[in-house]
Every structure is written in structure tokens, then in C-alpha cells.
Ligand binder design. Structure first.
Ligand SMILES: [Zn+2]
Ligand SMILES: [Zn+2]
Length: 394
């Protein structure tokens, strides 16, 4: 595949993902499309077949981190990934077959010359590539109005908070526009000056025979500006890691590993585009005695030790719930291992029926008996000789 292919093809659009998509999202999008478009599923459909090829080609590049980076950089360098209708100027863009040759010179600065108009500003364009706008590596942030990247964070809560819900403050460090210099990179009160090497264009030309190549200006790293007195906060990047405090509302019944989405709390968007979302992954510290039912996570489970007489004779015992004790009546003749339901003492969601507490009783066997107890137990064994617990299994 030539560089020209890369410039003209929008692999992200092929796969229907945005340019900040994770490898997982890319893989998922590809699998879905590949299933739909696969020639076996669409016999004789030439259009589906062509789409299938394009989608596979897009996946081949985007699924490979190295190729994807090259692709992003190439596209950002040439057109910001989105000049409407292809390349401006020239005879409809590149003559087919590669880079322009012959009498025609193609100077990239032509593309960027009209920054006063609708085109993306040069600073924006190259700042995204060379300025290190933070975030995930070299996402080409060149196209205008790009939504901010999603941000992931983590949160640890205890079992009770997970069951009852909680409001938990977190501190989040993420890159954002530097607030000290408002993103200019210059110390407050000073302004960057125009780069004399490139006259503020951010690009310098290099002539090689018939070709005129433009490349980012080495003196200003393509920004067109020189900062004599960098902002002390961001060191001239215009981007700094900000620590924000947020309160996460954890809904009752959240499970370990679940993610809570906070719309619009991710990285700021570029060029007025909306911010990304924040995903907070919740880790729940297990409880000493309570657990969640595998069949219904709204039900809590607890195992309560009981004595043999309590089961045989029946009794009323105290059992723990997440908020205080309740009494549980055990009927005479209850088998060890039986589970009782205490209604409404499980997860209480804002809507719907509350979960229950499932109490399993288990006989605890004393390690030592004094003489009196031994004697009584032998007498008991003698008196219940007629009861054969293994009658059904032998
Ligand atoms: Zn700053
Ligand atoms: Zn320069």
C-alpha cells in the first residue's frame, strides 16, 4: 500500500470507529463488519465483497500499533485526515501513480497557506503531532472539532458501599489545556513570537531535483512560534496534567469489575468538540462474612454456624445483616446446610424489589467435650440407635 492510499483512505470510517478507538473497539468493530460482509454470507454480492476487502484492509493497518501510528502521522501531516472532497488544488490532487513529478511541484505549504479560512490552523495541526498533546500516544488530533479521548480510572470501595451505594470522592490526574497559560505555553504576561526560520509557517521547504518537500520546521517543531519564556506550569507544552476532584455516585448493587460512565468527564475536546467520557472501574473489597449470590447478585449470602441441638430441637438465633442483627427461627429437625431467606435484606436498589439475605446454617462441632457432655452424648447415641442417616446411600 502506498502512502497515497493512506492519505485518501479513511480506515477509521471504514470500521465505523473514531480515531481514538482502543484496540478492543477496533477488533470488535471489525469482527462485526466481517461477519456481516463476509462473502459466504453474501454470495454474489459484489458490493459486499468490495466492502469486505476495504474493511479487512483497514483492520490490517489499525490493528497493528506501529502501522496505525504511521498511518495517523501520514494523514495528519498531509491533510489532517479530512479535507472535504480530497486534496485541494492541482489537477484534482495527485496524479495517479504516486507523488507528483515532472513540471508540477507540490508544496505542502500550499495546503496550509490558507489558515485564515476554514482550514485547520497550522499550530493545531502540527501541535498535535509534535507538541505531544498527551493522551494515548500519537493520535492524529488534526481534524477540526475532535472529540476528547475517553479516560479510564479506577476506584476501590468496600463491600457495604457496593451493596448500599455510596458517593465516593476521587482525584483524577489527566492531561488538559494548561490553565496557567491558557494553552499558549508562554509564561503569563508574555506571548510567543513568530519563528524567524519558517516565518511562522511551521514548515520549511527542501528541494530535491524537481520535488519540493516541506517538512516541519526544526526550530519551532512545526508550531510556527518560539517561546522565549515558557510557562512554569506546563514547560511550554500548553498541556498540563491537572488533578481534579470528582464525586462518583456508586449505585447500590454495583459488582466488582463493573464500570461507571461519567459522560463528558474525559479529556477536553479540540476545537469546541465535546469532551470524552470518563469510565471508572470499580473494585470491591470482599467482606469478611457476606458474599453476593451467584444466581442473583442482588441477594446476599452468609453462612451461620449453629449447634446440633439448635437444629434438632429447633431454636431462634440471631443472624447478621449488613445493617444490624435479625432473628431467624429454625424449625425442629432442620438439616445442616439448609438455606433460609430473610426477605428484603439484600441489595436495595432505587427501583425494583430489594434482594434477600440467604442464610445457610452449618453445624459447628465442638473440639472438646467435658466428662458430663461426653456421657450425655453417649446416652443420646444409645437412645437414637434406630436412626440410620445412611439408610438411603448404602
Ligand atoms: Zn502552561
Ligand atoms: Zn519555525
Amino acid at each position: 500500500m502506498t502512502q497515497r492510499d493512506w492519505i485518501e483512505k479513511d480506515f477509521y470510517r471504514e470500521l465505523g470507529v473514531d480515531s481514538g478507538a482502543s484496540q478492543d473497539e477496533i477488533k470488535k468493530a471489525y469482527r462485526k463488519l466481517a461477519r456481516e460482509l463476509h462473502p459466504d454470507a453474501n454470495p454474489g454480492d459484489a458490493q459486499a465483497e468490495a466492502r469486505f476487502k476495504s474493511v479487512s484492509e483497514a483492520y490490517g493497518v489499525l490493528s497493528d500499533e506501529k502501522k496505525r501510528r504511521e498511518y495517523d502521522e501520514t494523514r495528519a501531516m498531509f491533510a489532517g485526515g479530512g479535507f472535504p472532497g480530497g486534496f485541494p488544488g492541482g489537477a484534482g490532487g495527485f496524479p495517479s501513480g504516486g507523488f507528483p513529478g515532472g513540471g508540477q511541484t507540490f508544496d505542502m505549504s500550499d495546503l496550509f497557506g490558507n489558515t485564515g479560512g476554514a482550514g485547520p490552523g497550522l499550530g493545531d495541526l502540527l501541535g498535535g503531532i509534535f507538541g505531544g498533546a498527551g493522551g494515548r500516544g500519537t493520535r492524529a488530533s488534526a481534524s477540526r472539532g475532535q472529540r476528547g479521548a475517553d479516560v479510564e480510572s479506577e476506584l476501590r470501595i468496600d463491600f457495604t458501599q457496593a451493596v448500599q451505594g455510596a458517593e465516593v470522592p476521587i482525584r483524577l490526574s489527566a492531561p488538559g489545556r494548561c490553565q496557567t497559560c491558557a494553552g499558549s505555553g508562554a509564561r503569563p504576561g508574555t506571548t510567543p513570537r513568530q519563528c524567524p526560520t519558517c516565518a511562522g509557517r511551521g514548515l520549511v521547504s527542501r528541494n530535491e531535483g524537481a520535488f519540493a518537500f516541506s517538512e516541519p520546521c526544526p526550530d519551532c517543531r512545526g508550531t510556527g512560534r518560539i517561546i522565549d519564556d515558557p510557562c512554569p506550569e506546563c514547560g511550554g507544552d500548553g498541556v498540563s496534567t491537572r488533578t481534579r476532584s470528582l464525586t462518583i455516585r456508586v449505585p447500590a448493587g454495583v459488582d466488582d469489575g463493573q464500570k461507571i460512565k461519567l459522560a463528558g468527564q474525559g479529556e477536553p475536546g479540540r476545537g469546541g468538540a465535546p469532551a470524552g467520557d470518563l469510565y471508572v472501574k470499580v473494585h470491591v473489597t470482599p467482606h469478611r462474612v457476606f458474599g453476593r449470590s451467584k444466581d442473583n447478585p442482588d441477594d446476599l449470602v452468609v453462612t451461620v454456624p449453629v449447634t446440633y441441638p439448635e437444629l434438632v430441637l429447633g431454636s431462634t438465633i440471631d443472624v447478621p445483616t449488613l445493617d444490624g442483627r435479625v432473628t431467624l427461627r429454625i424449625p425442629a429437625g432442620t438439616q445442616s446446610g439448609r438455606t433460609f431467606r430473610v426477605r428484603g435484606r439484600g441489595v436495595q436498589k432505587r427501583t425494583g424489589t430489594p434482594g434477600n439475605l440467604l442464610v445457610t446454617v452449618n453445624v459447628a462441632v465442638p473440639q472438646r467435650l467435658d466428662d458430663a457432655a461426653q456421657k450425655a452424648l453417649h446416652e443420646f447415641a444409645e437412645a437414637t440407635k434406630g436412626f440410620d442417616p445412611r439408610a438411603d446411600v448404602l
